[in-house]
Design a protein around this ligand. Structure first.
Ligand code: T5A
Length: 206
């Protein structure tokens, strides 16, 4: 089977990082060890952009600048890491990818949706994951989980209305591309969510 690219999406505390290891084990057993990566980030330059994006700064970050920075990091990640791995037959799992920009910058910041679509076409030549798992859980549940960690980064510090708009962004993307994006109920406990994840993988790739 051709190596696949799978992304995991969802708001803060939805359980993306936790479920990443479930995907990793499932794929390793069948197709060899996947490349496991994340966004923003995944290369040294993209990780530096991540620091810029998530750190607090006295100078406000303009919403379009924020979008262009995430896309600059993504283009770097795609060309230096993701595409070479896939070309080499290695599966790739990414904790977030372009759907996060539609959710946070399109939904959360209210940037023009069709401009984002154009940017996706232009900067990534329309490259998309083969499968995206959207871990959807009530915003407050996820934020409470994430906030247990302590200090909030620049985006986690946004208000509830921002995350409601971001969730609506994920919903819109899901409605537009239901064949690629699978929505999972992430309000359940870790084991129950892992079972849902494995069931999707079984259905898609066995
Ligand atoms: N961003 C990113 C953009 O604005 N635009 C973009 O284009 C991109 C790519 C990145 C930030 O950048 C923004 C979005 C983000 O704000 P991040 O660190 O990658 O930040 O993402 P976060 O969502 O902040 O990561 P979190 O670690 O908070 O969330 P996860 O990974 O979804 O959650 P996880 O697995 O770490 O779990 C959090 C806690 O909950 C527990 C875990 O044990 C852990 O303690 N937990 C559960 N508890 C109960 N039931 C479950 N089912 C649980 N699953 C996990």
């Amino acid at each position: 089977m051709k190596a696949a690219f799978i992304s995991i999406e969802g708001l803060e505390g939805a359980g993306k990082t936790t479920q990443r290891s479930v995907l990793e084990s499932w794929i390793t057993e069948r197709f060899g060890a996947p490349l496991v990566t994340r966004e923003p980030g995944g290369t040294p330059i993209a990780e530096r952009i991540r620091s810029l994006l998530l750190s607090h700064d006295e100078e406000p970050l303009d919403a379009w600048s924020e979008l262009l920075l995430v896309f600059a990091a993504r283009r770097q990640h795609l060309t230096q890491v993701i595409q070479p791995a896939l070309a080499n037959g290695q599966w790739v799992i990414s904790d977030r990818f372009t759907d996060a920009s539609f959710a946070y910058q399109g939904g959360g910041r209210g940037l023009n949706w069709s401009h984002l679509q154009a940017l996706e076409e232009w900067a990534l030549a329309g490259f998309r994951p083969d499968l995206t798992l959207w871990l959807d859980c009530p915003i407050e549940t996820g934020l409470a989980r994430a906030r247990q960690r302590g200090e909030l980064d620049r985006i986690e510090a946004e208000d509830l209305a921002f995350f409601e708009r971001a969730r609506a962004g994920y919903e819109r993307r899901f409605q537009e591309q239901p064949e690629r994006i699978v929505r999972l109920d992430a309000s359940v406990d870790i084991d129950a969510l892992s079972q849902q994840v494995r069931a999707v993988l079984q259905e898609r790739f066995s």
